[in-house]
Structures are given as structure tokens and as C-alpha cells.
Design a protein around this ligand. Structure first.
Ligand SMILES: O=C(O)CCC(=O)C(=O)O
Length: 279
């Protein structure tokens, strides 16, 4: 449950940092499950590279299917020109997604803890539903940049109700690629929509509004210790820099929508074969 000042801050700024949201005891099973997943990773079975710098040109059938599965994507710099790994397999993964909560018991348990539902209800959700879960690794030295975006570009709902809950599993700081946000920027327009044409099963990023992404002086770096979390609105411009440091910056990112808002059928993420995950 959030206090009224915190709720006001969220609505005013478009985000809220909870520096000690999750005690280590609640994160330990999540870490173990991720370690298990990484240890089982077969480099010949990855789903391609995940980079946001190609304006989503690289999204393919494997990406669409990851909406309902546990799929691993590589850092762009983990492959050489011939497609061979340039690093140890466990240091090559960019992210695992996007239905971890459905398939990995520890992740499902973490997401169902009452604290999360209470927080989302204090921010206005009547019935929060979890649509997307991913672990983003931001590997040492090769961790990729995430370009400026708004989550409603990819996860569009009517009325817009998506809230991101980003949980730091390791300390996130400016040097290893913490989240960058534009405080108050959620009041601006949605700049882009990524829509999938389900006949061709191809997606396209469309420009909606030419409002520029924030100037450097309007950007805030959210340094968050392990166990801390960031809540953010689906219209908040956010990004993260490449990680050139020697420390990884692993985070669990969850996206919830209110059950009363409509989930857009053009969204790339659809879950026809999975039950609704209500918290
Ligand atoms: O973890 C990151 O670097 C980016 C996360 C993000 O954009 C998101 O969770 O919506």
C-alpha cells in the first residue's frame, strides 16, 4: 500500500522510486530461478538478438511467440559477424521473456505477492493483470542501450492503464545503465505505436507525434539499489544507456494493465493460450 504523498508523486511525475521495496528473502527464489534458467541456456537455441536501436525491425515470428513462453534473446554485441558468440553463453543473454510468471513457479509466486497488488490498487487499478514479465540483464561491457520510448507504444490499452514495475535485482547506477526518465513527461503525447498486422504477422513502428525525446537537462537517472523498484506510467518517456562497466545490471520488469481497460488487438503481445494472471 502506498501513502497518499507517494500516490500524488506518482501521478505528478509519472514514476515513483521505492528504494527498499523487496526484501532479499523475497528476491532469493527469483535469483535462484534465473540462475537455473541461465545455466540451462543452450546458445544454439536463442531467439535472436534483442536490440531497440533498429526501431524494432528485428522483431520476427520468434519474438511474437515469446509473448507466451520463456525465450532468451542475446545482446547485439555478443555475436560476431559470422553469428558466433564472442562471450561466455551466460554473459551473452540480453533478456529472457515474456511470460516468466506463467512458466516459472518462483516468478509466479513473486508476482502474486499481495504487496504488488496493493501498490497497483493504490495507483488506481481496480483489478491488476500481469501481461508481461522479463529479466533484463544489461551484461557487463556489452549491455545494450534501450532507446527512448513509452511503454504504451508497445502495450496499448484503452483507456491507457499499463503500469511498469521494474525491480532491481542488482544495484543499478549511472555507470551500469540504470533507468533514465523524464519527470512529468507522461503528460506529453504518445510519440509512436508499434502495431502488428496479424495477416502478415509483421509489426511496424509508426510515428504519431513529433514531440522530441527529452533534452539531457530534463533527464533524471534513477539509481536504485538491489531490492529497490521503480513504478512508471505507460506514457513516461524512459530509456537506459549501454553498460560499459564491469558490473551487470539485472532487473525484473513487469507490466500490468487494469482488467477494465481494453487490451489492443494490434499489440504484439497477445496471450490467447494463457489464463489471465490477476494479482
Ligand atoms: O531495463 C531497462 O533498461 C529498460 C526497461 C524498460 O524499458 C521497461 O521495462 O519498460
Amino acid at each position: 500500500m502506498l501513502n497518499p504523498q507517494a500516490v500524488r508523486r506518482y501521478h505528478d511525475q509519472g514514476f515513483l522510486v521505492l528504494p527498499d521495496a523487496f526484501p532479499e528473502a523475497s528476491l532469493a527464489p527469483v535469483r535462484e530461478a534465473i540462475t537455473r534458467q541461465v545455466a540451462a541456456f543452450d546458445p544454439s537455441d536463442h531467439q535472436g538478438v534483442f536490440s531497440t536501436l533498429d526501431r524494432d525491425e528485428g522483431r520476427d515470428e520468434r519474438f511474437l511467440q515469446s509473448a507466451e513462453s520463456v525465450s532468451s534473446f542475446l545482446e547485439a554485441d555478443a555475436l560476431d559477424d559470422d553469428g558466433r558468440l564472442t562471450t561466455a553463453p551466460e554473459r551473452a543473454i540480453n533478456k529472457i521473456g515474456h511470460a516468466l510468471h506463467d512458466h516459472i513457479a518462483e516468478l509466479g509466486d513473486f508476482c502474486r505477492q499481495p504487496f504488488i497488488g496493493e501498490v497497483l490498487r493504490s495507483l488506481g487499478h481496480e483489478q491488476p493483470e500481469l501481461w508481461q514479465s522479463m529479466v533484463i540483464f544489461k551484461q557487463p561491457q556489452i549491455g545494450g542501450e534501450v532507446r527512448w520510448h513509452q511503454d504504451a507504444t508497445y502495450l496499448y490499452s484503452t483507456p491507457p492503464s499499463v503500469i511498469g514495475l521494474w525491480v532491481a535485482l542488482e544495484d543499478a547506477s549511472a555507470d551500469n545503465g540504470c533507468l533514465l526518465v523524464q519527470p512529468g513527461g507522461h503528460r506529453g503525447p504518445l510519440r509512436e505505436r508499434y502495431r502488428v498486422d496479424w495477416h502478415s504477422r509483421k509489426g511496424q513502428l509508426e510515428a504519431l507525434d513529433a514531440t522530441p525525446w527529452p533534452a539531457p537537462e530534463d533527464v533524471l537517472a534513477l539509481e536504485v539499489p538491489a531490492g529497490g523498484a521503480v513504478l512508471f506510467s505507460d506514457h513516461l518517456p524512459h530509456a537506459s544507456a549501454a553498460n560499459r562497466s564491469g558490473r551487470s545490471r539485472t532487473a525484473l520488469s513487469l507490466h500490468f494493465a487494469d482488467a477494465s481497460s481494453g487490451w489492443d488487438t494490434d499489440n504484439w503481445l497477445q496471450r490467447p493460450n494463457l489464463p489471465r494472471f490477476r494479482v
